[in-house]
Write a protein that binds this ligand. Structure first.
Ligand code: HEM
Length: 409
């Protein structure tokens, strides 16, 4: 992080800051202004990047393969010392966490291996576990009349569900959250944390892969170990990288979406009452939450000169795939900056679009559906107890990290 990264922004078109605290809390006004004045903004902060804001530009950019490569999709590049380690590792082994860090043709083969675990049918198997977990979490605080809807509820669900799928102890959920936040959230601006937790996760999965090789089960890790690409078994490095991705990709993202929805309903009593009264709206309401509070921004590295609108990308540039801003584009969404619980036309791209579209979207939707329905069933009346104490995280994954609420006992 340089001193320049920390100065206040004077001009969002030429000097935006994705970590600016006001932007992290509410980026919608900035996107609106940029879309109208400079739809692809630029900054030299955080290693330098471009920020598109229009849906059509995002749709075009995800198709620019291989000119826009997925090999380093972190929104904020790693610090030089970690970068050197990553480069050495990539030279030795290839892609770090495939398929998200791979380009075609390899990306397609890796993606095919994980998709069967995330079909609607495969995900349904975990609905009962998820429901039981949500009830247990609510049992812990329902008599107190208050809780932190982000930390005590939303955050607790995805690490345990993905642990269950990977065949690892869901009781270690808190550790998985700490590691994921260390890599994806806190580690963005603190390189020592990013490095530490990256190694913790890799060591954990290295030990697990060794264990599952000697005593395989029916879990996802054991099945990945047995997988082949073109008749060749996957290397340990690849299995470890894929497990790392599944753990990390499924935690902050889904937690952010459940948390943002609870934050919304806690602060918008009309919407909360309507959803409690009309539960048939859960389907469209969840899609609207995903659209309005889309958590994920990914990055691409430019490998060949490309021009989009007025922006000329050159090799080495970083482009942020700002799916969240695209989902507020008035050319595609009517009244984009309003939450409409029964929105009918909602072709949002919160899960990305194109060849890297989220492999876990069915799982994320199932978790949101279970978490929100059970919450509304048991705590239909809730509100923010201390709006000033709500905190948000931003960058790669945006979502509320603390949402104190109260409800009648
Ligand atoms: C609300 C929750 C989630 C959101 C908003 C989300 C969003 C995204 C986005 C935007 C991408 C595209 C990346 C790109 O274009 O570079 C992506 C990819 C991916 N996501 Fe998710 N995700 C969520 C939950 C999950 C879950 C629960 C899992 C599984 C545990 C998961 C696994 C993946 C994987 C494996 C990829 C890479 C696919 C590929 O490169 O082919 N995600 N996700």
């Amino acid at each position: 992080m340089s001193d320049d990264d920390q100065c206040p922004v004077k001009d969002w078109a030429t000097d935006y800051d994705i970590m600016d605290p006001d932007y992290v809390c509410d980026p919608v006004p900035v996107w609106k202004e940029l879309r109208e004045s400079c739809p692809i903004a630029h900054t030299t902060r955080w290693g330098g990047s471009w920020l598109p804001t229009k849906y059509a530009d995002l749709q075009a950019m995800v198709r620019m393969v291989p000119e826009l490569s997925s090999r380093s999709p972190a929104v904020i590049p790693p610090a030089p010392e970690l970068r050197a380690e990553l480069v050495a590792e990539l030279k030795e082994y290839g892609s770090e966490n495939p398929p998200i860090t791979a380009d075609p043709p390899e990306q397609i083969a890796y993606r095919r291996l994980i998709l069967p675990f995330f079909t609607p049918k495969a995900v349904e198997v975990h609905r009962e576990f998820t429901a039981r977990l949500c009830h247990e979490l609510i049992d812990r605080f329902i008599d107190a009349g208050s809780c932190d809807a982000a930390a005590d509820y939303a955050q607790q669900i995805p690490p345990r569900v993905i642990a269950q799928m990977l065949g690892i102890d869901p009781g270690r959920g808190d550790e998985f959250t700490e590691w994921t936040r260390g890599v994806l959230e806190l580690g963005q601006t603190r390189p020592e944390l990013r490095r530490k937790y990256r190694l913790v996760i890799r060591d954990f999965f290295a030990a697990l892969v060794t264990e599952r090789r000697s005593s395989p089960g029916e879990d996802m890790v054991s099945k990945l170990i047995k997988s082949e690409i073109d008749g060749e078994p996957l290397s340990d490095h690849t299995v470890i990288g894929m497990c790392n991705l599944l753990l990390v990709a499924g935690i902050d993202t889904t937690w952010s979406s459940i948390g943002a929805a609870l934050w919304h309903f806690a602060g918008h009593p009309d919407d909360r009452r309507r959803l409690a009264r009309e539960p048939e709206l859960f389907g469209t309401a969840i899609e609207e939450m995903l659209r309005f509070y889309s958590p994920v921004t990914m990055a691409r590295k430019v490998t060949a000169p490309v021009t989009v609108g007025d922006a000329d990308f050159v090799p080495g540039d970083k482009v942020l795939l700002n799916f969240p801003a695209a989902n507020h584009d008035p050319e595609v969404f009517e009244n984009p900056d309003e939450v409409v619980l029964d929105r009918q036309r909602n072709r949002h791209i919160a899960f990305g679009v194109g060849i890297h579209r989220c492999a876990g979207s069915n799982l994320a939707r199932m978790e949101m559906d279970v978490a929100l329905r059970i919450w509304f069933d048991r705590l239909p009346e809730f509100k923010l107890s201390a709006p000033a104490k709500v905190t948000w995280a931003g960058g790669q994954v945006r979502g509320p990290r603390s949402v104190p609420v109260v409800f009648p006992v």
